[in-house]
Write a protein of this length. Sequence first.
Lengths: 154, 154
Amino acid sequence: MTEKEGHWKFRRELSVGEVAARSGVAVSTLHFYETKGLIHSLRNRGNQRRYPRGVLRRVAVIKVAQRTGIPLADIQAALSALPHDRPLTVHDWAALSKRWRESLNERIDKLTALRDQLTSCIGCGCLSMEDCPLRNPEDTLNARGSGPQLIEPT
Amino acid sequence: MTEKEGHWKFRRELSVGEVAARSGVAVSTLHFYETKGLIHSLRNRGNQRRYPRGVLRRVAVIKVAQRTGIPLADIQAALSALPHDRPLTVHDWAALSKRWRESLNERIDKLTALRDQLTSCIGCGCLSMEDCPLRNPEDTLNARGSGPQLIEPT
DNA sequence: TATTGACCTCAACTATAGTTGAGGTTTTAT
DNA sequence: ATAAAACCTCAACTATAGTTGAGGTCAATA
């Protein structure tokens, strides 16, 4: 709303409220992301956060990654491998999104396999620890023989 | 291990440790499920939990539902609509698993759509709140016109 | 200039799904 | 009979992803 800090053409910094309004996340979430190292800010003379415009793209990338099921810690790790003082490029985005699409695909594949097993088990209902693929997805138990399970498996 | 409580042929109750060993969940988890109303137990003279054998099937159903992404509260709601003093029947299981398969299918469909959008956006990288389908999945913003977003949307 | 809105920090709280530990009792095995 | 293993409750803690509120400061506007 204000044009105080120079001519609008040259104003490149955003307040936290502006970033919230334009990115669709709450101010408290931006604070939170900053504590987690997902975004970074500079401070003005009054200790208020000032963001470079590139933060909008960063937040967008974070939100998309979250939709694909990537935990914030992993997003942070991926972003921190990139320079944090320049905007993300289209190339950065392509690299990140390709990786995340892979993990999304894995998730989809796992869920699809689960759905197929569920479908084939609906009429069965055995749910036996030893026999049912739904209960024993990785065949972990048969790996060391049958019988009752170990107490409190890792 | 013990045959104390009657001839083995008639022993129908399980201790919490036995349930843990046979179901593959921790004792603490069984306690936790009980506080959430997901499973139920009787107590012996010494105040120790004694479970009817049907609890094994219940725990199995809970774990399968969790794999499909159903929250415990929903699982509890579904299970509590059934009599809690008899084992789950194959028919119970069929009804539950059909519902859960539906919600699993919805999850898969959403993730698949997301993956397809991600794929088509990898080369783009605009991530604009207004234009990018990845950022604006439900077209919530255009529903009330364009421009900057409302602050702190619900 | 004064007031209001936006901002600051820090602690505490929400929700989900449990785990861990302290302190004490019961059951099982020797 | 006694020691060990299993059990009990309850509170506190873990992790993830934030939100809320108190108490105080800064900035924009009337």
